[in-house]
Design a protein around this ligand. Sequence first.
Ligand SMILES: NC(=O)c1ccc[n+]([C@@H]2O[C@H](COP(=O)([O-])OP(=O)(O)OC[C@H]3O[C@@H](n4cnc5c(N)ncnc54)[C@H](O)[C@@H]3O)[C@@H](O)[C@H]2O)c1
Length: 313
Amino acid sequence: MNHSVVVTGGAGFLGSHLCDRLVDRGDDVVCVDNLFTGSKDNIRHLLSNDRFEFKRHDITFPLYLELDRIFNLACPASPIHYQHDPVQTTKTSVHGAINVLGLAKRVGARILQASTSEVYGDPVIHPQTEDYWGNVNPIGIRSCYDEGKRCAETLFFDYHRQHKVDIKVVRIFNTYGPRMHPNDGRVVSNFIVQAIKGEDITIFGDGLQTRSFCYVDDLIEAMLRMMETETGTTGPINIGNPGEYTMLELAETVLRLSGSNSRLVKRPLPPDDPKQRQPNISMARSMLGWEPTISLEDGLAPTIDYFKRLLKV
Ligand SMILES: NC(=O)c1ccc[n+]([C@@H]2O[C@H](COP(=O)([O-])OP(=O)(O)OC[C@H]3O[C@@H](n4cnc5c(N)ncnc54)[C@H](O)[C@@H]3O)[C@@H](O)[C@H]2O)c1
């Protein structure tokens, strides 16, 4: 069955890949984005497709559309972007959630929230399971994002309990791939851009803090599967790649794959930077029959190619 789908944040990194998949499978897609961090370049190839429509709109204001599926991805995702205007970041998560949930309630649509592993903060449980409540600083410089996303989850579950809205919540762990922003301060894009420009690679702290990295195609597959689970399967559900790498291992892999001679240089760790972050994806494995299939090396190669084309290096 074809769906009429709204993707908020559809001109961003993840959103544009999601729009690609939805259009490919025959859905009618409205991409709603204020282009704060997104770009028409990410969706330019879709603009001439009859099944795709772009609507420039800020989701902190109500929106009125006819549809049966909503993927809510609108929110700047990298610290540089979400700390640029922290009040707007919280508004995007909180007022944005109220607006898209109100829309879902009005038209009886199913709605999926792109939440984040940041709801776990600096976790004391490792790896993180969905029943862990997190360890989040409510007043730090990351709080506009972390607490905004936590409040959005609260709103999703209250609209579900109170208004019977058909919700799905996925908690996304670090994801990378083509169409990431080149200057967003996230570790994969940072390392690749520094490596292909021959600049020093910046390692924060001792480089032994770990992260897990999921390739975008794997992530989108999990989001699509979660959206089509039966009503009442709400999540929250972790999606990410449990493979764990230190920053030093990541840097060395990027150097090798890009054929770069850049040097590694160490800088002080920013405040509230989690030491470890790794998803437990048992729930995704059993409920969605899903697990990542693309290795770090196989995902980094097209990502490095993308940045080389983008930066004409
Ligand atoms: N990429 C990751 O590793 C990751 C990890 C966890 C969660 N997420 C979540 O997934 C979603 C997409 O992330 P991304 O990496 O594609 O980031 P992104 O910055 O590329 O995309 C976010 C999109 O939302 C749009 N946007 C921002 N504020 C808006 C507003 N008020 N109204 C309308 N549009 C607005 C931006 O212009 C952009 O196109 C975000 O909600 C993010 O929190 C991403």
